[in-house]
Design a protein around this ligand. Structure first.
Ligand code: 5RP
Length: 311
């Protein structure tokens, strides 16, 4: 088991003396694009969609969009916090000769930037497994070595963002619709490290993330799956709709996404298992007992690291 590195402090707030703090192109100078450097093309498949029947939104960032748009200073603080968390995680966990799982979203862009810097500076030999089309593009654009689970079925370390993290380090993921591949990659990784900004740190799931739990479904089953989830667990289920396309969001796997807006705190492990058993469900955005550590970038420029007591 790898020992804590220089940023580590169990449940502690750690000031991150990060080298090379200048932001990379993909951060868009404090923006929150999921894009890649030199590209104005929004990665497909990981697009955050509008809510069916709800107010339309123009923000395509999986972690940013909300019904109440935060002010500009909160946004830039959040972006800076993503960068701090990402860089702390990369400093602490990325080592030579690793197979890395590369997550999806806006936070992971900062991690990939730092990984690419370290590969150049330290001549690291790394192989990267993407969790989405967006991650694949990031890996290629930053000149990292792209591979897949056929050639590298064992991953040393997966790094990914999250939409919300509870006190037990259970996660909601899939705000960008990439949950299934993200769970596969995290599930086959020896270590799964999460990077997030301060807005994702909650006591209970649903405290701050109000867009529900994403569920990837086979398209022909989206109506019966929706009905089954409501019947078993209550709440509201919405088919996630695309923004710049008529109709639903279609995932990188050719499926639909349901967003289940739950109305109370559940026993998430049981709920996750039960939903996965519903015919037509591919996977859920509940990542139960998977994250070993979470690095939260904080508003004051520090990094708060939380980890499972047993790890
Ligand atoms: C995509 C995800 C992302 O990791 C999650 O939405 C967090 O995104 P961001 O880093 O943009 O806040 O699960 O499916």
């Amino acid at each position: 088991m790898q020992r804590p590195g220089p940023f580590s402090s169990l449940y502690g707030r750690v000031l991150a003396p990060l080298p090379g703090r200048a932001g990379g192109a993909a951060s868009g100078g404090g923006g929150s694009s999921w894009g890649v450097p030199g590209s104005h093309v929004q990665p497909p498949g990981c697009e955050q969609s509008g809510v069916l029947g709800g107010a339309s939104r123009t923000n395509t960032n999986g972690g940013e969009a909300s019904s109440v748009l935060p002010g500009a200073s909160t946004m830039s603080k959040a972006e800076e916090a993503k960068k701090l968390a990402s860089r702390a995680a990369v400093e602490n966990h990325v080592k030579n000769n690793q197979v890395l799982g590369i997550g999806s979203g806006s936070t992971i862009v900062h991690a990939v930037q730092r990984i690419a810097e370290r590969v150049k500076q330290e001549n690291l030999n790394l192989v990267c497994i993407p969790t989405s089309f967006q991650a694949r593009q990031l890996i290629l654009q930053y000149g990292l070595t792209l591979s897949d689970l056929d050639r590298h079925p064992e991953i040393d370390l997966a790094i990914d963002g999250a939409d919300e993290v509870d006190a037990d380090l259970n996660l909601i993921k899939g705000g960008g619709g990439c949950l299934t591949q993200e769970k596969i990659v995290a599930g086959y990784a020896s270590r799964f490290i999460v990077i997030a900004d301060f807005r994702k740190d909650s006591k209970n799931l649903g405290d701050q993330w109000h867009k529900g739990i994403p569920i990837e479904v086979i398209p022909m089953a989206y109506v019966p799956v929706s009905r089954a989830v409501i019947q078993k667990f209550g709440g509201v289920v919405e088919l996630r709709m695309a923004v710049n396309k008529a109709g639903p969001v279609v995932t990188d796997n050719g499926n639909f996404i349901l967003d289940w807006k739950f109305d109370r705190v559940h026993k998430w492990s049981e709920v996750n298992t039960a939903i996965k058993m519903i015919p037509g469900v591919v996977d859920t955005g509940l990542f139960i007992n998977m994250a070993e550590r979470v690095y939260f970038g904080m508003q004051d420029g520090s990094v708060n690291m939380k980890e499972k007591p047993f790890s």
